[in-house]
Design a protein. Structure first.
Length: 254
């Protein structure tokens, strides 16, 4: 029990970064890349892309293998270190950096920016999302495209109310507890990780906010982007208000 242990509170992904690929092993990243290329194909953008919440680099590496010039950043230096090591091991030339998705500074302009696998849900306030939208708009070339996904309350209520997971390995593994509050629309995931010291654990807390279809339409409407489409991530068809996850394509005027 935690009340009988010494608890070290640490930053998100300070230790979980090492487990992130195990945590996400259910994802078929190749299908995600297929979807990205299908969604941007009608606009024929140059293959110059920024992954603005790259995690451990799984998407960036796969896109680089398909001929994309990739820049990849994440708020967590621990995630970026792993991403850089993976790219080196697979002989992929990717520019990596540590940065906040709402303020990442770059002299380079991009033709495509991606923010996938719940990255936007880490922004907990509407004004933070507006800052993100404005910032990515400024990072894009004319005609550039922002692609993002958004998790909805339906997904959180279906899968993450009282969710518990235990993962064991020779490093001690982790225990995860996730709960979703439908009133605040906040999902809190608490990861308890063994330290190797008796009665001592590390504690990582991750908080994300689910957003309704109406929220997403509002984010698009008040942004600088001139064109947008909100799609169901399962069908890539125009979405209604009953999806668990949305894919949003936003386009800057040429």
């Amino acid at each position: 029990m935690l009340e009988k242990q010494k608890v070290h509170k640490i930053q998100p992904y300070q230790r979980l970064a090492a487990y992130y690929d195990d945590l996400m092993d259910y994802i078929d990243y190749d299908i995600w890349v297929d979807d990205i290329e299908a969604m941007v194909a009608p606009y024929k953008p140059p293959k110059n892309c920024l992954d603005i919440s790259c995690g451990t680099g799984s998407m960036a590496i796969r896109m680089a293998k398909r001929g994309w010039k990739m820049t990849a950043v994440d708020l967590s230096p621990h995630m970026v270190d792993i991403a850089r090591s993976k790219a080196t091991a697979e002989a992929q030339d990717i520019e990596f950096g540590v940065g906040d998705m709402t303020s990442f500074a770059s002299k380079t302009k991009y033709d495509v920016i991606i923010n996938l696998h719940d990255g936007l849900n880490y922004l907990l306030e509407h004004d933070h999302i507006k800052s993100f939208m404005d910032h990515t708009y400024d990072l894009l070339n004319p005609g550039g495209i922002l692609l993002l996904d958004v998790v909805t309350p339906l997904l959180c209520q279906t899968h993450f109310r009282g969710y518990r997971e235990i993962f064991n390995d020779d490093q001690g593994g982790y225990e995860r507890h996730t709960n979703y509050d439908p009133n605040s629309q906040l999902a809190e995931s608490v990861f308890t990780l063994n330290t190797g010291e008796e009665n001592t654990v590390d504690l990582e807390t991750h908080i994300q906010r689910a957003y309704e279809f109406s929220d997403i339409k509002e984010f698009c409407a008040v942004s600088k982007y001139e064109h947008w489409d909100i799609l169901d991530d399962e069908t890539l068809e125009t979405a209604g208000n009953d999806a668990e996850r949305y894919l949003v394509l936003m386009r800057k005027a040429s």
